[in-house]
Design a protein around this ligand. Structure first.
Ligand code: PMP
Length: 421
C-alpha cells in the first residue's frame, strides 16, 4: 500500500520538509493536543501557528460565519479589514499607524524590504548570518541555510548573529558592541559600493538564530548606526509577536526599541494564511507611490475575521499573561533539570518561547539534540531544534499551554535524556 510519505514525496517533491524520523501523520487538533490518524495523542510543544490553541471554537466560528456571509477579493470596501486594522494598530504604542495585509510572512518581509527601498531611495539590506525570513526571491537573499542560485546579490550583507554560548566578539558583556561593529562594517561596505542602506531586518527575538538571551537596549547602537546611514529598521515579529514572549506583546518592546516597519505572520489568524506589514503612514505612502501594489487575498473578509477573533481571544483569555507565567514556570523546571543532566548547557527563553541548549565534550551536541527530538516524539511530546548547529531544543507551543503541560514536557524530557545517552 502506498504510504502518505510516498505520496507526499512523489507529489510534493523529495525535499519537502517533515519533522521526526517517523513523521507524525496528523488527523485533528484541539488546544495543545494533536491526534494522529492512528488515534495517538501528542502534546504539541512546537506549533506557534495555532497561537490560541488548535481549532479554537471562536476562531472556527468567526471563519465560518464570515465565509457564510461574504468572501471576496480586496478591492471592495469592507469593514472587517478596517475593524481589524484599527484593533491591531492599537497594540503598537508608537507611530506605527498604517498597515497592509498579505498572506504569508514571506510576502510581508518582501513588502517591507520594498517599503524601505521606496522610503530611502537606497537598496542595501543588512540581516544576520543564521536566519530565515521567507521564501520570495528577494527575501531568499537573506536566508543563510542555502545560497541562492547565482549567489548572494551585492546589496545584501549578513552580519554575525548574536548567540548565548558563542557570543559575537567572544563575551556576553561585549556582544552588543561586537554585533554593532559587524553592522558598522556592513554599512560602510554598502555605502562604498553605492547601494547605500535601505534597512536592517532582524527578528527582535532572534528566533531562528537560537533565541539568545539579550538585554534591553541590545540593538540601540546598531539602530543608531543604521539610522545615521539613512536606513530603516524592520522588526520581523513573525515568531515572537502577539504576546508569546509573555513580558511584552512584541519582541521589539522587550528589546526596547521602536522599529520603522513591523512584519507579522504565522500566529496571526491561528493557521488561516494571514500576515501584515505595519508601518508609519509616510512609509506606506512612499511605497504606494513607488510600486503599484495589489493583493487579491490579503485581508479578505474571512482572513480579517479570523485575525480579529485571534486578537480577541488573546485578550479575553489573558494569553500573554499565561505565556509569561507558564513560561517562567517551565524555565524553572528546565533549570532544575539542567542540574541533573550535564548535557544541558543553557536554559533560556521568555514566555512560551524557551528551550535548552545541549553541549557535550565542549561542543554543540547536534546528534544528541536530533535524537532527543525523535525520542520525545516517540514519547508523545512534539518539539524541535534550532541554533547554528541545531543544538537547542526549542519549545514554542500554543499559548494555552498550562502548568500541567509544562510538567509533562519536562518529565518526558527528563526520561528522554536518560534514554538517549
Ligand atoms: N520570518 C520568520 C522569522 C520566520 O520564521 C518565517 C517562517 N518560518 C517567515 C518569516 C516566513 O513566513 P511564511 O512561512 O509565512 O512565509
Amino acid at each position: 500500500m502506498t504510504t502518505a510519505i510516498e505520496r507526499r514525496t512523489r507529489l510534493l517533491g523529495p525535499h519537502m520538509t517533515t519533522f521526526y524520523r517517523d513523521p507524525v501523520h496528523v488527523a485533528r487538533g484541539e488546544g495543545v493536543w494533536l491526534w494522529g490518524t492512528d488515534g495517538r495523542q501528542y502534546l504539541d510543544c512546537y506549533n506557534n501557528v495555532p497561537h490560541v490553541g488548535h481549532c479554537h471554537p471562536r476562531v472556527v466560528d468567526a471563519i465560518c460565519t464570515q465565509a457564510r456571509t461574504l468572501n471576496t477579493h480586496t478591492r471592495y470596501v469592507h469593514d472587517m479589514i478596517l475593524d481589524y486594522g484599527e484593533a491591531l494598530i492599537a497594540k503598537f504604542g508608537h507611530d506605527l499607524t498604517s498597515m497592509l495585509m498579505v498572506c504569508s510572512g514571506s510576502e510581508a518581509n518582501d513588502v517591507a524590504l520594498r517599503m524601505a527601498q521606496a522610503a530611502t531611495g537606497k537598496i542595501g539590506i543588512i540581516g544576520t548570518d543564521n536566519t530565515y525570513h521567507g521564501n520570495t526571491t528577494a527575501v531568499s537573499q537573506l536566508n543563510s541555510s542555502k545560497v541562492p542560485v547565482g549567489g548572494y546579490q551585492t546589496h545584501v550583507r549578513q552580519v554575525p548573529s548574536p548567540d548565548t554560548m558563542v557570543p559575537v566578539g567572544g563575551s556576553r558583556e561585549g556582544q552588543a558592541e561586537a554585533f554593532a561593529k559587524g553592522v558598522e562594517q556592513a554599512v560602510a561596505e554598502l555605502e562604498e559600493s553605492g547601494h547605500g542602506v535601505s534597512a536592517l531586518i532582524v527578528c527582535p527575538y532572534f528566533a531562528n538564530e537560537g533565541f539568545p538571551t539579550l538585554e534591553t537596549g541590545f540593538l540601540d547602537r546598531v539602530i543608531d548606526v543604521v539610522r545615521k546611514a539613512g536606513g530603516l529598521i524592520i522588526a520581523d515579529e513573525v515568531q515572537p509577536g502577539f504576546g508569546r514572549i509573555g513580558s511584552h506583546w512584541w519582541g521589539h518592546d522587550k528589546l526596547g526599541f521602536s522599529p520603522d516597519i513591523v512584519t507579522l505572520g504565522k500566529p496571526m489568524a491561528n493557521g488561516h494564511p494571514v500576515a501584515a506589514v505595519v508601518t508609519r503612514h509616510e512609509i506606506l505612502t512612499s511605497f504606494q507611490e513607488a510600486f503599484k501594489y495589489f493583493n487579491t487575498f490579503g485581508g479578505n473578509p474571512v482572513s480579517a475575521a479570523a485575525a480579529m477573533a485571534v486578537l480577541n481571544v488573546i485578550d479575553d483569555e489573558n494569553l500573554a499573561d499565561n505565556a509569561r507565567d507558564v513560561g517562567a514556570y517551565a524555565v524553572e523546571l528546565l533549570s532544575e533539570l539542567a542540574t541533573r543532566h550535564d548535557v544541558i548547557a543553557n536554559v533560556r527563553g521568555s514566555g512560551l518561547f524557551f528551550g535548552a541548549e545541549l553541549w557535550r565534550d565542549g561542543k554543540p551536541a547536534t546528534d544528541l539534540c536530533a535524537a532527543m527530538v525523535d525520542e520525545m516524539r516517540e514519547r508523545g511530546v512534539l518539539l524541535h531544534s534550532v541554533g547554528r548547529y541545531s543544538q537547542t531544543l526549542k519549545v514554542r507551543p500554543p499559548c494555552v499551554f498550562s502548568h500541567e503541560n509544562a510538567d509533562q514536557l519536562v518529565q518526558v524530557m527528563d526520561d528522554a535524556l536518560g534514554a538517549v545517552k
